[in-house]
Design a protein around this ligand. Structure first.
Ligand SMILES: *[C@@H]1O[C@H](CO)[C@@H](O)[C@H](O)[C@H]1NC(C)=O
Length: 294
């Protein structure tokens, strides 16, 4: 309790210090910290926009997972083969296994800024900096793009993992239109989307779950060419503000609307939004200007 109180006081002094810059800022209100994982979830709800019965990985421990039900996450341990050998959770197969080459979430074990997808949600990701994992959430249907380390328009990511329920029903096969390509669609098998292409210039039509003439499919995807350097492959840019000494904070940039500051325990970086997005200090993320109430 004492540490929580001192933490809150630190947060308060941080607010006062930054307000003297007269910058429009917002301190993330909660920094809930899991002692075991040092994984900060902040205000992100793990299971929002995730189908029922989907299992999500646990950041920092491969032998645990979450079950999502009606937007609520419950934590579960994987079983063990014996006292020294724990099974490990694989988000791809949605099961605990003793398979050696499972895909476990990466760990935040570097001082360099990087990020990785929080498997199966499409919109959530883990931001890593100075060995600290912070869960982040893209807004309004934007998706996390692992190639650029930030939230992006779905046509540049085309993630549909969150729409595949692991419960197979042969009488009700789940077809999902691609978000990137009119002639592409996905079929869910055991919670994994498998991509398919329509032949002969046909396009996927969600009304019949079939390949159809473009005039019937009425697909309106437009893709643009871009050139964005991922944070992890670009030199870090120090924030030109004084960061609060403790905790995780996101602040609006002093002069740019399409950038923001990420402060972790006194260290600050400047992060850019994907072109076309602006930073919204109410949700601490970049989003389309039409969704921001200035
Ligand atoms: C990970 O979780 C399992 C299951 O709850 C637990 O037995 C194990 O001690 C944890 N490992 C670490 C490194 O915390």
């Amino acid at each position: 309790m004492a540490s929580l109180l001192s933490f809150m006081l630190w947060g308060l002094t941080g607010v006062l210090a930054i307000h003297s810059f007269s910058v429009d800022i917002m301190v993330s209100s909660e920094n809930e910290k899991d002692e075991e994982t040092s994984f900060i979830m902040g205000e992100v709800n793990l299971c929002s926009n995730v189908a029922n019965n989907v299992f999500l990985p646990y950041v920092g421990n491969c032998s645990k997972y979450y079950l999502c039900m009606y937007g609520q996450a419950t934590e579960h341990p994987c079983g063990a083969i014996d006292s020294t050998h724990l099974l490990r959770f694989d988000a791809r197969t949605q099961s605990c296994t003793d398979d050696e080459d499972i895909k476990c979430l990466p760990e935040c074990k570097s001082s360099v800024l990087s990020s990785f997808c929080y498997d199966r949600t499409c919109s959530k990701y883990v931001l890593c900096y100075n060995n600290q994992a912070v869960l982040r959430q893209c807004q309004d249907g934007l998706q996390y793009n692992a190639e650029t380390d930030r939230c992006d328009f779905p046509q540049f990511v085309d993630c549909v993992d969150n729409l595949c329920s692991p419960v197979n029903n042969p009488n009700d096969i789940t077809y999902i239109p691609s978000k990137a390509q009119c002639d592409k669609y996905y079929v869910c098998v055991n919670a994994i989307p498998h991509s398919q292409l329509c032949a002969g210039g046909l396009q996927f039509n969600p009304k019949c779950n079939c390949c159809d003439f473009p005039s019937n499919a009425e697909c309106t995807i437009t893709a643009l060419q871009r050139n964005i350097k991922p944070y992890s492959r670009a030199p870090p840019r120090r924030a030109d503000i004084t960061c609060p000494e403790k905790g995780v904070h996101f602040f609006a940039h002093q002069t740019r609307k399409d950038a923001y500051y990420y402060c972790l325990d006194g260290q600050g970086l400047t992060l850019d939004c994907t072109p076309g997005l602006l930073y919204d200090s109410n949700v601490h993320e970049c989003r389309e200007p039409k969704n921001i109430k200035f």
